[in-house]
Design a protein around this ligand. Structure first.
Ligand SMILES: NC(=O)c1ccc[n+]([C@@H]2O[C@H](COP(=O)([O-])OP(=O)(O)OC[C@H]3O[C@@H](n4cnc5c(N)ncnc54)[C@H](OP(=O)(O)O)[C@@H]3O)[C@@H](O)[C@H]2O)c1
Length: 252
């Protein structure tokens, strides 16, 4: 089994590792043996770094505000310089803005598209520039149920996540024969800070719960297995796939 799923001697760069799904994934990859570069905007937030170092692997924080394209462009080269290589990229950083479409501000539209789509594109491109010549690498983007469905009051988020799933497939088409796997994980309804408003709304949260076949909201630990799988040898022939971790939501 170890030959399929071990990430020993691998280096993974993870955005969104300070909290939520990205934190669960970063810790999961570290538990499988990977050294981790946390691409985050707050270098002073060392909570995840300390947890990962407690697992006996290396962890470095690389400055990366996903609203700042110049910082994003530098993050992958800096990761490679400080960690020695890059084998895995996980794009989990993201933001949500909810409002009826007629009131949705241009500022919110630009922020959501920048963080949830353009940052993903730049990081994939920078990672590809390193992984394609070395003919190996694993890229895991985090899509959404609204990559498939329109959602309600989230026009910018649905647009960005629809595009993330298409970007994943577009890059897989180019890079699959060059040894680089590009896939995406599709979270269902996950109990993280991003969903505080939904969780605190008793009617909406009950309606959502009733529609989840697994009978519970997801949590960040639910993503460890899928991320290790898509980052490891076990998924070498899987390209451009959108792997739902949704308690059965999409199948219903
Ligand atoms: N939760 C769900 O139900 C759900 C469903 C489908 C898809 N997703 C997707 O899953 C991913 C993770 O979501 P989550 O629920 O874990 O969200 P979360 O708990 O709100 O965490 C968001 C993460 O993104 C980071 N981030 C936001 N803006 C950033 C910026 N400008 N620069 C750097 N980092 C930034 C945050 O860092 P800071 O700590 O610095 O703010 C944090 O680590 C997102 O792509 C989200 O769209 C979530």
């Amino acid at each position: 089994m170890e030959q399929f799923f071990s990430l020993k001697n691998k280096v993974a760069a993870v955005t969104g590792g300070t909290r939520g799904i990205g934190k669960g994934i970063a810790i999961g990859l570290a538990e499988a043996g990977a050294d981790i570069a946390l691409l985050q905007r707050s270098p002073e937030d060392t909570t995840t770094k300390k947890e990962i170092e407690g697992l006996g692997v290396r962890c470095e924080i690389i400055p990366c505000d996903l609203e700042d394209s110049n910082q994003i462009k530098k993050a992958i080269p800096e990761t490679i310089e400080r960690m020695g290589t890059l084998d895995i990229l996980v794009n989990s950083g993201g933001i949500q803005r909810r409002s009826p479409a007629v009131d949705f501000s241009e500022e919110d539209w630009d922020s959501v598209l920048q963080v949830n789509l353009k940052a993903v594109w730049i990081l994939c491109q920078e990672a590809g520039r390193y992984m394609v010549p070395k003919k190996s690498g694993k890229i895991i983007n985090i899509a959404s149920l609204v990559s498939f469905q329109g959602g309600l009051y989230v026009p910018a988020y649905a647009s960005a996540k629809g595009a993330v799933s298409q970007l994943t497939k577009a890059l897989a088409n180019e890079w699959s024969h060059q040894g680089v796997n590009v896939n995406a994980i599709v979270p269902g309804y996950i109990a993280t800070d991003m969903n505080t408003a939904l969780i605190e709304d008793p009617i909406r949260s009950r309606q959502i719960l009733e529609r989840i076949p697994a009978g519970r909201w997801g949590n960040p630990d639910d993503f460890k297995g899928a991320a290790i799988f898509l980052a490891s040898e076990a998924s070498n022939y899987i390209h451009g796939h959108l792997l739902a971790v949704d308690g059965g939501w999409l199948g219903r």
